[in-house]
Design a protein around this ligand. Sequence first.
Ligand code: FMN
Length: 346
Amino acid sequence: MNQTEIRKDDHVRISLEEHIAAHHNYWDEVKLIHNALPEINKDEVNLSTTLFDKALGAPIIISGMTGGYAKGKRINEHLAVAAEHFQLGMGVGSQRSALENPALKDTYGVIKDYDIPLRFSNIGASQIVLWGPKNTLDHAHAMIDMIDAHVFIVCLNFLQEVFQPEGEAHAKGCLKAIADLADDLDIPLIVKESGAGISSEVACRLAQTKIAGIDVGGAGGTSFSAIEHYRAKQIHDKLHARGAKTFWDWGIPTPTSILEVGEATDWKLPIIATGGIRNGLDAAKALALGASAAGVARAFLEPATKGKNATMSGVEALIKELRAAMFLVGAGTLQKMKDIGVDLWI
Ligand SMILES: Cc1cc2nc3c(=O)[nH]c(=O)nc-3n(C[C@H](O)[C@H](O)[C@H](O)COP(=O)(O)O)c2cc1C
């Protein structure tokens, strides 16, 4: 395995073996207001939605995690089975590995074998800065072809890059690189944080480009600083291990980030709420705050390493909880969900 493959393997293994969540999950500070007279029937709750012009069975995105090393193919396949069955959106992890080693293409491309309504390509922001515009566009086309992507994600992960022993924190010129790529691509481009959230100020700058949406990727769930802490520790890199621990809980909470981004963009761009969604109730809270969909990573990773049935059961349980929450607040549709009251103690 080359360094990129080893890193992917490390990320998944550490996520499963260690406690890598932020110390506080901010979804606990958001309460939905119970409606004792919902005046709808539970079975009438309609979870279907349209995102980036694709019809989804429920407003849930399986967030990009893997591909790029042999075991990643199995994980992606199990997630793809569930994404097809429930007609959800699905992302893959950074596709850089397969650009470096084409033999790994099918660890991502396996998801093309399934009828998934919305597939997301993924690359880190530092990469597109390093590549420059011409190479970026060529690589982006290769990544899109690899999974037949409908939407292209540029992932902002500078917190991770800072404490990764081999990290590449190239942030200068990033906004321009995103703007150029959004201009040049013929599919929508969205920007995603990977655990530190997006502020209103950053959302305003992003909104001046042609991006089609924002995944706020806020704090409260998987902490990439925590993952890098364990990676640095295993190679006895005390400097990075210490810094990563110090910044374990760094970032804007996901619920706060939804509100910041929504208000800064006049709620005109679709917002995906990723970061700390553990169950369907957390997803319902994200929708009530104004997100168009909730993104889930770590909560689906564990069942996805077990098998297709475990993954299907995990996703089914989350959707059932989401339906229950919508019923109990009296919201029969996702549009109604945005109008219901939320108590916020952040
Ligand atoms: C093992 C693992 C690998 C990940 N790899 C990527 C990646 O390559 N690209 C990316 O944009 N996000 C990546 N993520 C971040 C997730 O997509 C998601 O934004 C983050 O884990 C927060 O969601 P969660 O709290 O539900 O886990 C990864 C997450 C995990 C757990």
